[in-house]
Design a protein around this ligand. Structure first.
Ligand SMILES: [Zn+2]
Length: 155
């Protein structure tokens, strides 16, 4: 428990929230700042700092499995949702959380898979407080090869 953490306050019922699921260790509630209907926050009841990939494997695994359960609950609830997306960011509240975004309009796509392309024209030089999964322009293969080699640690 962290004194100033709003998610810890939600866990302890010190703040109102719109719960959609919970168990002994985790809970899921609707965000009060949704950018799509049913956008949900999933948290462990215990306080951990917000970078998911710093969690111990067992904590992360349990969070992921619980988040999957909530995602399938959202899929089942919304008639037009075939899939729900999950994002770990952690720069809004420093208590680890998964964000779930029901992808409205994907029911048919999910049942009979077809590509859904975006037309967003944006490249991020730095993080701007949100993540987007859209594709940008085709990158240069020479540059990608160099970068991949450096990341592999071969240079
Ligand atoms: Zn907390």
């Amino acid at each position: 428990m962290s004194e100033d953490c709003i998610f810890c306050k939600i866990v302890n019922h010190a703040l109102p929230h719109h719960l959609i699921d919970s168990n002994d260790d985790f809970m899921a509630f609707l965000t009060i700042f949704p950018n799509t209907l049913g956008a949900t926050v999933v948290i462990p009841k215990k306080h951990y700092s917000s970078y998911a990939f710093d969690l111990d494997d067992d904590v992360l695994t349990e969070l992921m499995l619980y988040t999957k359960k909530v995602a399938k609950k959202l899929d089942g609830f919304f008639e037009d949702v075939g899939r729900t997306a999950m994002v770990f960011e952690g720069f809004g509240v420093d208590h680890v959380h998964a964000k779930l975004f029901p992808m409205h309009g994907t029911k048919q796509v999910h049942e009979n898979w077809q590509a859904v392309n975006s037309n967003v024209d944006k490249y991020f030089e730095q993080y701007e407080g949100y993540i987007s999964s859209h594709d940008f322009q085709r990158a240069d293969d020479g540059e990608l090869a160099k970068l991949a080699e450096k990341i592999r640690g071969l240079e």
